[in-house]
Design a protein around this ligand. Structure first.
Ligand SMILES: [Fe+2]
Ligand SMILES: [Fe+2]
Length: 316
């Protein structure tokens, strides 16, 4: 799976040439194949970060399950949050094929040695946030993840195909929720606008820092792990979201947002990158709360893991 110590330098050159040829042909690297150690560690970092984001992302929306305004809305939200748990499981499994156990991955998350998406460190203050997260946060996730269906590592790409189908559904349910509220009272419309105002900039941050400040992008693209740069994806998301906002009847809190005829794209302002850095470093509004909750859930589940292990051994 990885470069073993008995591989000689000559063998390694040959193995690397074979690996490069697979990448060049846009074919897939599978768990049984030799791969450079940095390719493996980059994938572990990226897939783990993605898996952690799915699992931590259950918290802000889970916050509204008990307070959803109707049985129908509760059922939709419950199913959506369960989907995110499923995404986390596919991705942890993909990561395990690279030789890291789920135990280790969870420990690294709880100890702050691996990251998750900055967006989930913002609170959900109103029920409209459930719709906004579906529309903008799952929408941004789709922009990020559709190209990953073609990523060079087989288990990751295959997991992403199913994840993306479900994310599209999440985006639509969020949009439908907001559209319903926009047809309601003035108070409901104001709730939607206030929620969109709070989530717009953090949603743009989901694509990561500008390309000039993203040291890993170039190598990740050369290896076919990443297919588009952060700025390309951010542009795509803005272009996609503007007509949807118009149809919905909401605005984005960016005075610089304007259609640029020459470029054929929207121009837009930059998020507050200092805020982004602070949130990524653990100083966001909910970082401590999210990790404390995850750690508690992990501890509470210890007896289940022990029982499952004992059962599997008794069965063997
Ligand atoms: Fe997801
Ligand atoms: Fe989702």
């Amino acid at each position: 799976m990885t470069a073993s110590p008995q591989v000689s330098a000559g063998d390694e050159t040959e193995l690397l040439a074979a690996f490069d040829a697979v990448i060049e042909r846009h074919e897939r690297i599978e768990p049984r194949d030799w791969m450079p150690e940095r390719y493996r560690s980059t994938l572990v970092r990226q897939i783990a970060q993605h898996a952690h984001s799915e699992i931590i992302g259950m918290q802000p929306e889970g916050n509204w399950i008990a307070r959803a305004p109707s049985l129908r809305r509760k059922a939709i939200l419950l199913a959506k949050v369960q989907d995110e748990a499923g995404h986390g499981l596919y991705l942890y499994s993909a990561c395990e094929t690279l030789g890291v156990s789920r135990d280790e991955l969870t420990r690294m998350l709880i100890e702050g040695r691996q990251k998750y998406s900055s967006i989930f460190n913002y609170p959900t203050l109103s029920y409209a946030d459930v719709g906004t997260i579906g529309w903008l946060v799952d929408g941004a996730a789709i922009c990020n993840q559709v190209p990953l269906c073609r990523t060079s590592y087989g288990p990751y790409g295959r997991a992403m195909i199913r994840v993306c189908k479900e994310e599209s559904f999440h985006q639509r349910q969020g949009y439908e929720l907001l559209a319903t509220m926009m047809r309601g009272t003035d108070e409901q419309r104001a709730m939607v606008q206030e929620s969109v105002d709070r989530f717009w900039w953090p949603a743009l941050m989901m694509f990561g820092p500008p390309d000039a400040d993203s040291p890993n992008t170039e190598q990740s693209m050369a290896w076919g792990i990443k297919r588009d740069t952060n700025d390309e994806l951010r542009q795509k998301f803005v272009d996609m979201s503007v007509p949807q906002a118009k149809a919905l009847g909401v605005t984005f809190p960016d005075p610089a947002l304007v259609w640029d005829e020459d470029r054929g794209h929207h121009d837009f302002g930059q998020p507050d990158w200092d805020e982004f850095t602070q949130v990524v470093k653990g100083g966001g509004p909910c970082n401590a709360q999210r990790i404390a909750h995850r750690a508690r859930a992990w501890d509470d589940g210890a007896w289940v893991r022990e029982a499952a292990t004992a059962f599997a051994q008794a069965d063997a």
